[in-house]
Write a protein that binds this ligand. Sequence first.
Ligand code: NDP
Length: 283
Amino acid sequence: MNRTVTFADGTVVPAIGQGTWFMGEEAHLRRQEVTALQAGLESGLTLIDTAEMYADGGAELVVGEALLGRRDSAFLVSKVYPWNASEVDAVEACERSLVRLNTDYLDLYLLHWRGNIPLEETLRAMETLQQQGKIRRWGVSNFDTDDLQELMAEEGGKSCATNQVLYHLASRGIEYDLLPECQQMNMPVMAYCPLAQAGRLRRELMEHPQLQQIAQQKGISRAQLLLAWAIRKDGVIAIPKASSIAHVRDNAAALNVVLTSEELALLNQAFPPPGGKQPLDVV
Ligand code: NDP
């Protein structure tokens, strides 16, 4: 059965969505990116995560094209830069995102990371956008436990729908405190970089013998194993970015992969869970 995650307001989304960082950077890849996102929607990856930052609005244009004629089949997430997160600027930034995305509402709007603008101001902007029907709900990203506590102390702070943070098998710090706290607050966590993105860490992770062995024995890809691992706990939504149909379909099939306690124990041996507080990992 396909894994799902339920927001505090009862809205259900698939436990795996689609990221878009680095989409919209190159014109010659645009068609492929649009097609990949559409294939993802058709395969059940209906949550799409983007941001005004990605390709300086270019990723939102790609998403807008992918959603032409099928906007309501998606759960659309975008993010505001911290320096645009004031009471007035955030409303204008959201309106610009809506134009690029070719829609009149976002399902979820996130503060991309914490900057210098007081949280209270950002909260007021989010409430205004909600009242205007431009966003259905709001959340934050890259908030560690202390940031989250400050947010909860603000008037209206408890309406925060999600915290989007880095989480993958080789970066498990949030399991010590942030993830349990979010689960206790009934606030789903969105796991970004669930495939550890490109670079050294990704190679180390992907080529780890334990990961290779379990994936091979189970008859799944290593990416599927990493995604199934990321969503194994309640309240976690993984948002891998894939710009090929083959990768998208591979990722969608991970919604049905269940890891056994023996497999999880082997992965714990190779990549131990945190034994204490770790500062939040960020890209
Ligand atoms: P991911 O961990 O999702 O890795 C993306 C890479 O994995 C791409 O190179 C992609 O290749 C490859 N890939 C995807 N599917 C497969 C597969 N089945 N098999 C093999 N390789 C695969 O990294 P991201 O940094 O993109 O993170 C995911 C999303 O999270 C972002 O796109 C963005 O939406 C969000 N994010 C949010 C941040 C924040 O601060 N809030 C920070 C970073 C990311 P290809 O493209 O060729 O398919």
